[in-house]
Design a protein around this ligand. Structure first.
Ligand SMILES: [Ca+2]
Ligand SMILES: [Ca+2]
Length: 186
């Protein structure tokens, strides 16, 4: 009977409960790995070694604190302040909306139709997206590296502010909506 029960249980699909994690000032966590479900992560302070949100369309919101290494597998992210080592959103149609704070390395999104806002703060490396129709809106902040958009009919809107210190490579078809401020040399 016991053996039968174990067989039945192991045949069930693995369903992980999604995780809703809040990290506050004073917290000190290691490598955080969330679930295959739709997770939420909110951070108002503290230190985390790294964050992987896993599969599904996860939510991320950060106001302060430090993620020392990578933030990976995010999908819908709002970044207001604090510091992150590097960001890799990977696949899916991602949104990264950056109001402030600092990314030391690259901001990467994988395939999919990605939407990136840079309104404030700084990115030490590159912004790079893979194929798909990617939309970039830059109205403030500083990109110290390059903007690499790969193929796809990408849209770049740059207005009212923001600094790109590197170059812009939009690859194939590209729509420039409106450009102001100083343009980089091509
Ligand atoms: Ca997840
Ligand atoms: Ca995810």
């Amino acid at each position: 009977m016991r053996a039968l029960l174990i067989v039945v249980l192991s045949a069930l699909p693995f369903i992980a409960a999604a995780q809703n994690l809040v990290v506050r000032p004073g917290d000190n966590l290691g490598a955080v790995v969330q679930t295959p479900g739709i997770d939420e992560y909110r951070m108002s302070g503290g230190t985390v070694q790294s964050l992987a949100q896993g599969d599904a369309r996860d939510f991320f919101e950060m106001f302060a604190g430090l993620i020392i290494g990578a933030f990976e597998d995010g999908d819908v992210a709002f970044f207001y302040g604090g510091e992150i080592g590097r960001v890799d959103m990977k696949l899916d149609n991602n949104l990264f909306d950056m109001f402030g704070g600092r990314i030391l390395g690259n901001l990467v999104t994988g395939f999919g139709n990605d939407t990136i806002f840079l309104r404030g703060g700084s990115i030490g490396g590159n912004i790079s997206t893979s194929g798909g129709v990617d939309t970039f809106t830059i109205t403030g902040g500083e990109l110290k590296g390059n903007l690499l958009a790969s193929f796809g009919n990408d849209v770049l809107t740059w207005k009212n502010g923001g600094i790109i210190r590197g170059f812009i490579d939009m690859a194939a078809t590209t729509t420039w909506q409106r450009c102001s401020t100083s343009m980089p040399a091509f």
